[in-house]
Design a protein around this ligand. Structure first.
Ligand SMILES: Nc1ncnc2c1ncn2[C@@H]1O[C@H](COP(=O)(O)OP(=O)(O)OP(=O)(O)O)[C@@H](O)[C@H]1O
Ligand SMILES: Nc1nc2c(ncn2[C@@H]2O[C@H](COP(=O)(O)O)[C@@H](O)[C@H]2O)c(=O)[nH]1
Length: 395
């Protein structure tokens, strides 16, 4: 496309959103105007790129900006529609896709994207996929080293392997004897991890006991894409960063019954040198103070008797559990056809699918309720409630 402004051919939608045919790349793209920028979604020049591409044209200086694209990208489709929602995100409706792959949100100015723009110093956009219902929130488990976080999480994962999934962190620390790369951690060189941090691949990072640790956006997405509830084992600094992010989670702080017992557990684990044990115990004092800071953690658990603590953890997770997404009604035979139109009215996106281009009266209409949407990048956009009207069955 060179330095030319995107050519807007067909104004088929309200609110600055149009579908275009991009003759250079032989693919459909849509252009959405927000302020001084035009977001061109799709129509990649790169034949090897199997995902929907994003380009940004700056109207002020007449230049194309190459944005950093965060999150899992949607795979390319045979076409899509784009609808501007407020001024911070664009809804992309993929044609001929299953319900689970049809609704995507391209965030262009949400709080998460704004923060990443600041951090990276580049233009940033972030993808988030829409999921039905109020999927259960991720669980952040923090507490001083040796308190038993890993032990409690291992029990949960063993008892509920299809419900919970562990967010595998990155760390620059050396692996312990029984630790497996990719299972317990992604063991990484500091320079590699720092580069990934600069490229915006991390939800949070912290320097803990002299090493760098971090949760990548991909680690969380891998778990949620498998339909599981994500568990993060991170330190208090990490919990604070996640709290400040747009990832809505439940925060649990695990305390030892006493400092002496914590020291005993840490030593009996036998994985650290004396010098490292001393460092971890020093840090534990500060962590215990911060853990009690009001507003950071939703629940505090004392891990005295392991079985009792585990029972309490399970109770609080059940308490916070939202109705299972699979209980949400679903639309039968949902598919966005070639001939469709999209409009917004009263917080609702109306999608009219016609059987062909001529018969205006036949086909189906689907309604997406915008008022129930929450969350978003770096997680999923939850609360995607869709209903069908006229010839389509009601959910
Ligand atoms: N309630 C408990 N009573 C006695 N020992 C326990 C209890 N919970 C855990 N432990 C033991 O304490 C040691 C430390 O536990 P664990 O490795 O799970 O801690 P952690 O909080 O994950 O530590 P780190 O943050 O360093 O990874 C382990 O040897 C574990 O078996
Ligand atoms: N902020 C983050 N903290 C993390 C992450 N992964 C683990 N941790 C915390 O580090 C300490 C030490 O862990 P260890 O395995 O070396 O004993 C512990 O408190 C973990 O909770 C992370 O991704 N981010």
């Amino acid at each position: 496309m060179g330095e030319e402004a995107p050519e807007i051919l067909l104004d088929n939608l309200e609110r600055n959103s149009v579908l275009t045919y991009d003759s250079d790349s032989q693919g459909y793209s849509s252009s959405v105007v927000i302020g001084d920028k035009i977001y061109v979604v799709g129509g990649s020049d790169d034949a090897t790129d199997l995902s929907i591409s994003v380009k940004v044209f700056d109207k002020l200086n007449g230049k194309w900006l190459n944005p950093t694209v965060l999150g899992t990208k949607p795979t390319a489709s045979k076409g899509h529609s784009a609808v501007l929602l407020k001024t911070d995100r664009i809804l992309i409706l993929k044609r001929d896709s299953s319900l689970d792959d049809c609704f995507w949100f391209l965030e262009v100015d949400t709080p998460f994207v704004k923060k990443q723009k600041e951090l990276l110093g580049t233009e940033v956009v972030a993808w988030s996929t829409g999921v039905t219902g109020d999927a259960p929130k991720p669980i952040v488990i923090s507490g001083p080293s040796g308190v038993g976080k890993g032990t409690l999480i291992a029990k949960l994962m063993k008892d509920y392997p299809t419900t919970f999934g562990f967010s595998v962190s990155h760390t620059t620390r050396a692996p312990r004897v029984k630790e497996v790369n990719g299972v317990h951690y992604h063991f990484t060189e500091r320079s590699v991890m720092e580069k990934d941090v600069r490229e915006g691949k991390f939800l949070e990072t912290a320097s803990v006991h002299g090493n760098l640790y971090g949760t990548s956006i991909e680690a969380v997405e891998t778990v949620t894409s498998a339909g599981k509830r994500c568990i993060l084992d991170i330190d208090v600094q990490g919990a604070r960063s996640v709290r400040a992010s747009s990832l809505e989670a439940i925060f649990v702080f695990v305390c030892p019954p006493s400092f002496e017992e914590l020291e005993k557990r840490l030593r009996s684990r036998g994985t650290e040198t004396e010098e490292q044990v001393q460092k971890r115990l020093r840090n534990a004092k500060a962590e215990l103070d911060q853990g009690r800071c009001p507003g950071l953690f939703d629940h505090i658990l004392v891990n005295d008797d392991l079985e009792k603590c585990y029972e309490n953890l399970k109770k609080l997770l059940a308490l916070d559990e939202r109705p299972d997404a699979s209980c949400e009604p679903t639309v039968e035979n949902f598919k966005i056809s070639v001939y469709h139109s999209v409009s917004i009215k009263d917080q609702k996106v109306l999608i009219r699918c016609k059987n062909n281009g001529l018969e205006a009266e036949t086909g189906s209409m689907f309604v997406l309720d915008l008022s129930s949407l929450k969350g978003g990048a770096p997680g999923r956009t939850r609360g995607r409630y869709l209903s069908a009207s006229d010839s389509s069955k009601k959910q």
